[in-house]
Design a binder for this molecule. Structure first.
Ligand code: FAD
Ligand code: NAP
Length: 323
């Protein structure tokens, strides 16, 4: 633990595509930014494998891409700090953030790029078996289920990608979705339907995860037909929840205006939040696109918005001091 106080003109919170891109642009604008990485350095792309829609790379491993982004930001001059912000006070100037390390960061401007976190179904049985067969990360935990049956729930890109990845280990993967069509990209759907190890159970919701306690482990899931209520039990040793992500607004939810179920609200076409000098970029503010490339684009916008705001703000302060 250190009790240091670090002041910076610009504090960037988060190290996904939005945070690192903001770091690149802010460094080139000579703002000497500090970027705090959080508990997931590199963000969500570090828990996936192939990324096939990052322009310039037909295929790149997510973790490799994020290491490259980190190097890029560092090389341009961003000071990258391994710490997690546990509180942020936006009611004082300079803004005040306190890290797990004990360091207090004070900043004239802040870019929030804390991204999103996996959503859970909210079932007591899901909670009971978390870490004992229930997971939200196939790349982290898929290996444990070699030769076993696996169930994935969800119908978006993440669910399809996780299901396909898990066929590398599992004897069978059942994807359970609450509707009769997927929202994943068509190319991903094609790959899913062609894979002989994959079965899809349509129009079903998960009613409960079932298993034993001696030792604790999953034995299957109980799925309920959304119209008839008919129950189907699907045996599995691993149950992967892939039902989307919620914005990581813990630090600011009582301080900034939010919209669309908790995303940080920004002025349209900008990254300006409801507090001057505070900017938001990436999945934290975007309930529509939620892509690496759009997050990176917003990181760029946030750095440019912050640079402009700081220049105006500092000019105002100088003029006030001269009066
Ligand atoms: P994130 O990547 O979510 O990063 C958030 C960062 O904030 C993390 O570094 C975290 O440590 C940090 N943080 C959070 N709270 C704090 C705090 N209190 N203090 C300090 N730091 C904090 N998109 C694509 O375009 N192509 C793909 O192929 C693709 N594949 C995906 C596969 C999976 C499995 C998932 C989950 C997502 C995928 N996405 C993909 C979506 C993409 O990953 C996100 O859109 C993108 O990562 C969002 O970037 P971000 O910078 O907003 O935040
Ligand atoms: P998503 O697109 O929001 O999809 C979530 C899925 O989970 C939906 O199919 C939804 O069903 C289902 N769902 C939500 N709540 C549920 C519940 N309580 N019970 C059962 N099912 C539930 O989320 P995502 O797949 O994580 O993707 C998030 C973003 O990251 C997207 O923008 C996506 O494009 C991006 N991403 C991209 C890639 C890629 O480009 N390869 C890979 C992964 C993620 P409904 O369909 O009925 O709503």
């Amino acid at each position: 633990m250190t009790d240091a106080i670090r002041h910076t003109r610009l504090l960037i919170i988060g190290s996904g595509p939005a945070g690192y891109t903001a770091g690149v642009y802010a460094s080139r604008a000579m703002l000497n930014p500090i970027l705090v990485q959080g508990i997931q350095p590199g963000g969500q792309l570090t828990i996936t494998t192939d990324v096939e829609n990052w322009p310039g790379d037909a295929s790149v491993m997510g973790p490799d891409l994020m290491v490259r982004m980190e190097h890029h930001a560092k090389e341009m001059g961003t000071e990258i700090i391994s710490d997690h912000i546990m509180s942020l006070d936006l009611s004082v100037r300079p803004f005040r953030a306190v890290g797990d390390s004990g360091t207090t960061y004070t900043a004239d401007a802040v870019i929030l790029a804390t991204g999103a976190q996996a959503k859970w179904l909210g079932l007591p049985s899901e909670e009971h078996f978390k870490g004992f067969g229930v997971s939200a990360c196939a790349t982290c935990d898929g290996f444990f289920y070699r030769g076993q049956e696996i169930v994935v729930v969800g119908g978006g890109n993440t669910a399809v990608e996780e299901a396909l990845f898990l066929t590398n280990f599992a004897s069978k993967v059942t994807l359970i979705h609450r509707r009769d069509s997927l929202r994943a990209e068509k190319i991903m759907q094609d790959r899913l339907f062609k894979n002989p190890k994959v079965a899809v159970l349509w129009n079903h919701e998960i009613d409960a995860v079932i298993g034993g306690d001696n030792p604790r482990g999953v034995e299957g899931v109980r799925a309920k037909h959304v119209e008839t209520g008919e129950i189907t039990e699907v045996p599995c040793k691993g149950f992967f929840v892939a039902i989307g992500h919620a914005p990581a607004t813990e630090l600011v939810k009582d301080q900034l205006e939010l919209h669309n179920g908790g995303y940080v609200k920004v002025e349209p076409g900008t990254t300006r939040t409801s507090i001057p000098g505070v900017f938001a970029a990436g999945d934290l503010t975007d309930h529509v696109y939620r892509q690496a490339v759009t997050s990176a684009g917003m990181g760029c916008m946030a750095a440019l918005d912050a640079e402009k705001w700081l220049a105006e703000h500092e000019a105002d302060q100088t003029a006030a001091a001269a009066e």
